[in-house]
Design a protein around this ligand. Structure first.
Ligand code: NAG
Ligand code: NAG
Ligand code: NAG
Ligand code: NAG
Ligand code: NAG
Ligand code: NAG
Length: 461
């Protein structure tokens, strides 16, 4: 009845609120810069993987097209053409001048593409594993040029200045690093400076521990809990994880296609649709021999995946039909959200949503979990569950607030049918912050103002 459309709205919000995709370098293994057509082929492959839908987000490491000084990377046009969302990256381990080139490319791209680009931006990362490379282990491993916390904080401020008063001003700015470096107290200034925490973890490399693939899930979640422990109210995004399909053994960790699938099933399928995830990696070579180890889940021809990507039924990453069979809206009555936290996160917009509410939701939880595990599943839920899930959805992706009017636009009957009174009634007694109710109301109002005509037409059928 009248609530049905809001369910659709919230389902869409949930689907749009969580990003899922891969990491993409700007050069091939032979050093050749990737061109727009190369990015396009990779993005299209990611978005059409057999038995794995929705891998439509791309994390980049640099804003600069390979082989140029500061020309915006051609991945941007490829993303616009394929409607791939973007976690932009600015390379931060070179020099202040080179970082300025990154900022110039970012600025030029915003001017050139406008909202066609900025609507796709999930976030901006200042740097990638820079702290790891200056850490004890990074230096021992000869991992190359890194950067310390003070410089990164300065770069983060410079990035904020560049996007201020542009169409990208709402993009949350973060940093990506290996999990150990986030829990290193000497780096806390970076933690303080970011809007979100980019988390990289590879149990495969943790050869000082029992790191067989059987223990991969446990090591991964140990790392995740450790970083969630220090991240406080900052959303945690899983920016790199994966298991190699080939290459030398590290401790107990054996690189193989079979183990790569095990890690995909046990870790990937648990985090997909639950956290923002950029898997490492779709393709990591275009030349023979493959890099060692090789993490690519498709070969250099971008052909069929090396293993069946189907997620185990009942997992978060399972297909919509699988998920809907386990979703049970009537069970959706988990613990009430902390409404003051929720409200605070909304009031402070993208800069301080408390993701721990979303992130720490056990994957077997009912209400919020179901809303993030697939569109079909969510249609089984009732309105109270949706209202309760909204804070989690917003915490996982603050930008959702911006797209709510568009989501509403996709469900015109909802706009017609759902009065303010219904929303308020539903929200009362649920311990949902009024700010969230207002958010939905505002979205409906904004949409109504924009397109009254369409609404009337749509509701006649
Ligand atoms: C902790 O971080 C500081 C600053 O980035 C770094 O110099 C130090 O090596 C790190 N400690 C370890 C054990 O890696
Ligand atoms: C880095 O060094 C540690 C020991 O210091 C080792 O266990 C690990 O495999 C190395 N990682 C890489 C990527 O070489
Ligand atoms: C974030 O929310 C969780 C769960 O409601 C709460 O325990 C934690 O204290 C909050 N963190 C901050 C910094 O508000
Ligand atoms: C997709 O799943 C089906 C059904 O489980 C399976 O038969 C097929 O081999 C899978 N396709 C690929 C390319 O893995
Ligand atoms: C859904 O939840 C209700 C209430 O907890 C329960 O009675 C019902 O059996 C559940 N249905 C399924 C299919 O699990
Ligand atoms: C979900 O529940 C199953 C069965 O109780 C359990 O084996 C699994 O570890 C749980 N998953 C999580 C992430 O808690």
């Amino acid at each position: 009845m009248q609530y049905t459309s809001l369910l659709a709205l919230a389902a869409t919000a949930a689907a749009q609120g969580v990003s899922k995709g891969f990491n993409y370098g700007n050069v091939f293994t032979n050093g050749a810069p990737k061109q727009q057509s190369d990015f396009e082929a990779e993005f299209n492959r990611a978005n059409s993987l057999p038995n794995a839908s929705g891998f439509s987000s791309a994390r980049l490491y640099t804003m600069i097209q390979g082989g140029t000084t500061n020309t915006p990377i051609s991945a941007l046009q490829a993303a616009i053409d394929t409607q791939t969302t973007l976690l932009l990256g600015l390379w931060a381990s070179a020099s202040s001048e080179v970082f300025q080139n990154e900022l110039d490319a970012l600025s030029a791209a915003i001017d050139q593409y406008g909202t066609a680009l900025t609507d796709l931006i999930v976030g901006i990362s200042v740097g990638s594993e820079d702290l790891y490379r200056v850490s004890v282990q990074g230096i021992e491993n000869d991992s190359g040029l890194g950067e310390g916390p003070d410089v990164l904080v300065d770069y983060i401020q410079r990035t904020r200045s560049v996007i201020a008063n542009t169409a990208a001003s709402e993009a949350p700015v973060g940093h990506v690093d290996t999990w150990n470096d986030w829990v290193n107290g000497s780096n806390s200034a970076v933690l303080d400076a970011v809007d979100w925490v980019g988390f990289n973890a590879f149990p495969f490399w943790e050869s000082s521990l029992e790191n067989s693939v059987e223990n991969g899930n446990a090591l991964f979640y140990n790392a995740l809990s450790a970083v969630e422990g220090v991240a406080g109210d900052k959303p945690l995004w899983i920016t790199e994880t994966g298991w190699p399909v080939s290459g030398p053994t590290q401790g107990d960790a054996v690189a193989s296609v079979e183990n790569s699938k095990t890690f995909w099933d046990e870790v990937g399928c648990d985090i997909f649709n639950n956290y923002n995830v950029w898997w490492y990696i779709l393709r990591d070579n275009n030349a023979s021999p493959a890099p060692e180890p090789s993490f690519g889940i498709v070969g250099r021809d971008l052909g069929e995946p090396l293993f069946d990507l189907t997620c185990p039924s009942g997992s978060n990453g399972a297909s919509e039909s699988g998920a809907s069979s386990t979703a049970n809206g009537t069970e959706a009555s988990g613990d009430a959200q902390d409404s003051s936290v929720a409200e605070e996160s909304l009031n402070t917009a993208s800069t301080s949503s408390n993701a721990s509410t979303a992130a720490e939701t056990p994957s077997n939880a009912s209400a919020p979990e179901s809303t993030t595990s697939g569109t079909t599943a969510t249609f089984d839920l009732d309105l109270p569950s949706i209202m309760k899930a909204l804070p989690d959805i917003v915490a996982a992706n603050p930008q959702i607030v911006k797209s709510l009017p568009d989501i509403v636009a996709a469900h015109p009957k909802l706009v017609k049918e759902l009065g303010d009174k219904d929303l308020a009634e539903v929200a009362s007694g649920l311990n949902v912050a009024p700010a969230y109710v207002d958010m939905v109301k505002d979205a409906i109002k904004e949409h109504k103002e924009k397109s009254n005509k369409n609404v009337d037409e749509d509701c006649e059928d």
